[in-house]
Design a protein around this ligand. Structure first.
Ligand code: CO
Ligand code: CO
Length: 329
């Protein structure tokens, strides 16, 4: 949802929680869920981001995919979208803006949702994204609180997109070299979300600004469990690994009270560069799905059959007195 400081402020405002609010501000979830009828709930989210690349059409698709992703992460189906756009008074020409909005529209259309409006303001820095409203049935709602000890974890897109984008911004690699990563970011989590619902996954979240470890920590905290990753199984962009080894820095400071040292425990054998990738902020990252171990292989096979070949079972959920994330070799 919004930036961290704003989130803290809103949480401290004692926002009313009528019973229709099934998922509100308390569990750091990807989107809100509001009951409007028997077995029918709205899923609501908004997100906009600064340019991810020079190609305006591709940026539009990525920004829209990133916004739609939060609905998918809740197990929902996007229905309507509003454009949210900030654009500078000069420096960005009309054709570029047209391409951004065309890219966004293509992603919305691919999701099955419809664009029904939006809002644009002049701002010094270009930003684009969507407010998305989707629907979800009761049984399909995937909150951060649903993970159970014994579940296996599936990640549906490789991590490392933040390193690649920062290398591209600083001119270390070209946009052409980053293209496979950017194209993957533009892909929707629509198929992955449909399949996780079909196989009855327990919980999911999408990997975005806090990185894999940060979002896994949100799941651990909301579900009162521990989360363990196996480093060799976590899908990562080979380009991101190379760039990290060359010294490209990435990573986010976790929000207050989530200090990396005590809440994310790494195996001693893992290098600083490898560790850093767990805090690499993702844009339009994959879904981290928690599912009963008996169903995990079937879901993984179904994802592969649907063309999501880079998804992998990369960890598990375990009973723990304290919520934390562990990364094994
Ligand atoms: Co979000
Ligand atoms: Co999210």
């Amino acid at each position: 949802m919004g930036p961290v400081d704003l989130y803290e402020i809103v949480r401290n405002l004692h926002v009313p929680m009528p019973p229709e609010v099934l998922v509100g501000l308390q569990t750091s979830d990807d989107a809100g869920v509001y009951k409007i009828g028997p077995d029918l709930n709205l899923v609501l989210t908004a997100d906009f981001i600064a340019p991810t690349c020079d190609d305006p059409y591709l940026y539009g698709r990525i920004a829209a995919a990133n916004s739609l992703s939060d609905v998918y992460a809740m197990g929902g189906t996007p229905k309507v979208a509003l454009n949210l756009c900030c654009f500078p008074a000069r420096g960005v020409d009309k054709s570029a803006l047209t391409e951004i909005l065309r890219g966004g529209l293509d992603a919305i259309t691919e999701s099955g949702a419809v664009l029904i409006g939006g809002h644009t303001v002049k701002d010094n820095e270009l930003k684009y994204g969507l407010s998305v409203t989707g629907i979800v049935r009761d049984a399909d709602i995937k909150t951060n609180a649903g993970a159970r000890a014994g579940d296996l974890l599936i990640l549906t897109k490789p991590i490392g997109t933040g390193v690649v984008m920062s290398a591209q911004k600083s001119g270390l690699i070209t946009e052409a070299e980053a293209m496979p990563v950017l194209e993957r970011m533009a892909q929707l989590s629509k198929t992955a979300a449909g399949l996780m619902n079909r196989f009855g996954a327990h919980a999911s979240t999408d990997i975005t600004g806090f990185g894999l470890a940060g979002h896994a920590l949100e799941v651990a905290a909301a579900s009162n469990v521990g989360v363990r990753f196996h480093a060799g199984k976590v899908p990562r962009w080979p380009l991101a690994v190379q760039l990290a080894q060359k010294g490209v820095k990435t990573g986010v400071k976790l929000v207050e009270g989530k200090s990396a040292d005590e809440k994310v425990v790494f195996n001693d054998a893992l290098s600083a560069e490898e560790r850093m990738l767990y805090f690499d902020p993702q844009t339009s990252g994959g879904l981290l799905i928690s599912i009963a171990s008996k169903d995990a292989n079937q879901l993984l096979q179904a994802l592969a059959d649907a063309g999501i070949a880079d998804a992998a079972i990369c960890g598990e959920v375990f009973a723990s007195e304290r919520a934390y994330v562990e990364v094994k070799e």
